[in-house]
Design a protein around this ligand. Sequence first.
Ligand SMILES: Nc1ncnc2c1ncn2[C@@H]1O[C@H](COP(=O)(O)OP(=O)(O)OP(=O)(O)O)[C@@H](O)[C@H]1O
Length: 490
Amino acid sequence: MSLFEAIRDPARRRDDDEELEKRLLWVNKRVFGHEGFRGGQLQIIKATMKKRDCVVILATGGGKSLCYQLPAVLSDGVTVVVSPLLSLIEDQVSTLVTTAAGIPAAHATSSTKESSIRAVYCELHRCHRWHKLLYVTPERLAASDTLHDILRKLHERKLLARIVVDEAHCISEWGHDFRPDYRKLGDVRAEYPGVPVMALTATATSATIADIRRSLRIGEDAVVHRASSDRPNLRYAVCNVTTQSDEQINEMICSFVAAHHAECGIIYCMTQADAEDLADFLCNRGVKAEYYHAGMTSLQRRVVQMGWTRGRIHVVCATIAYGMGIDKKDVRYVLHASLAKSLEGYYQEAGRAGRDGQPSECTIFYKKNDVAKLQRIITGFGKHRRRGPKLKRDLDRLEDVRRFCEETKHCRRAILVSHFNGDGGPSTAALSDDRSPVACCDICAATASQYKNSTTTTTTTNNGAKRPGRGPSTRPAQRPRIDTSYVLSG
Ligand SMILES: Nc1ncnc2c1ncn2[C@@H]1O[C@H](COP(=O)(O)OP(=O)(O)OP(=O)(O)O)[C@@H](O)[C@H]1O
C-alpha cells in the first residue's frame, strides 16, 4: 500500500476530532516534513476537512499553502487551486512533486504542454483518484469546457474535494479590470454545490475581504481566520533620495548591497530598463546581480530564479513580475529603488524578505518625482486614459504609499499592520512583540536615539519649566504587546 493509500485507508479512519488531529500531525510530518503547525494552520485545516468554507488571511510567509495542500493529500478526489501567476503555479507544482513523499499535483495553464494537459484530463476524466491537486488560472477555469465536463463528473462522484482561490486579493485588485475571469469564480463555485471553497491572501483590507466573500459567494457560516499581518523580523526604512541624481542613488544602493556582502536580496525597479541598468551597474561593481522582468523568455527567467535560489546570484533587480509566491527563506533585504503602486503591493514585495524569521531589511529609496511618474502611468495616456472610480481608487492607493514614505512620526510597521487590520490607526496597531525600536523601523530607531540622547540633557516641559534628566514627550512609537493570535469566526 502506497503512502497516499495508507493515509486515506478507510480502515484507519475514525471520525472524531482527536483522531483527525493525530492524522493531520502525522501527514504534516511524514509528507511535508514539518514538526508542527504554525498559528492558525491546524484550525483552518480542520475546518476545511469538515467541509466549511474558509477565508484565510495570514501574513506573507505565514504558511498559507499548507492550509490547502495538506487537506488535499488527505481528501478523496482532487483539489482545484486557482492561482494568478504561471511562475507561481509552476513553482508550487514542482515543489509538491519533488517533496520526499512526491505529492501528485499537476497544472493546466497556457504554458502547460498540450500533451501533459491531455494526460491529466484523461486521468481525471476516468476518476482515477491519482492527482490530488490541479492548479489552474482563472482564465483556464472560465474558458475550458473540457475542464468543466471533468469537474462536473468528479463532482457527481464526490471526487471534487474543494476549490481553492490562492492570492484571493486578485479578485478585488484585478478582477474589476484586466482579469475579469476572476469575477466569474462565484459562478464556477455555484455549479458545484456542497464543495467547500477556501480563499487565501496575505494582503486584504476589510473592504477587500468583503469583496472576496461576495464574489465567491462565501456565506455567513464560513470560517474566517485573520492573523495579524505583522512581520516582526522585518525592519522597514525609507531613504529620501529626492535630491540625489540617479548615479548617486545607484551608488547608495551599491553601498547597501556591499554592506550585505554575499547575502541574498531583491531590488524592485520601476521599468524593465531600470532593472537591467541597475543590474549592470551592480555587476560592474563586482556584485553577483541579474535582472528579472516580464520581457524575458520564461527560460531566461527560470535560469535567473534558479541561480538566485541556489545562491549563484546574490541580487535580483526586478520589476513586480518577481513577487508573489517567491519563497526563498534567507532573503536578507528587499530594496525598492522605485515605489510600489499600493501598500498591498509593497507588503507583498517586502514580504519576500526574512521568511526564515531572521532579521531582514526592507528599504525604500523614495524620490518625490516617482509619485508623479506613477500617477501618470496609473492615469494612462491618450485613448488609454482611465477615468472614474477605479482610477480614483488606484490613485488613492498610491497616495497611501506616498504618505507612508513621507511619514515622520509613526512606526512604519504599525502603519502597515493597521492598514490591513483596519484597527483605526498606527497608535493602536497590533504588533507582535516588543523588540528594540532599532529593529522595528527607521522612525522608531530615530525617536529612540533622540530619546536616549536627551535622557542625559536638560529638557523643557510643556509649561516651560526645566526638567533635568528626563526624556522628551515623544517616546519611541508605541508598540503595545498585543495578542496577535488568530481570530476564528463562524
Ligand atoms: N507548519 C510549518 N512548519 C514549518 N514550516 C512551514 C510550515 N508551514 C509552512 N512552512 C514553510 O513556510 C514557508 C512559507 O510558506 P508559504 O509559501 O505557504 O507562505 P505563504 O503564506 O503562501 O506566503 P506568501 O503569501 O508570502 O507567498 C514555506 O517554505 C513553507 O514550507
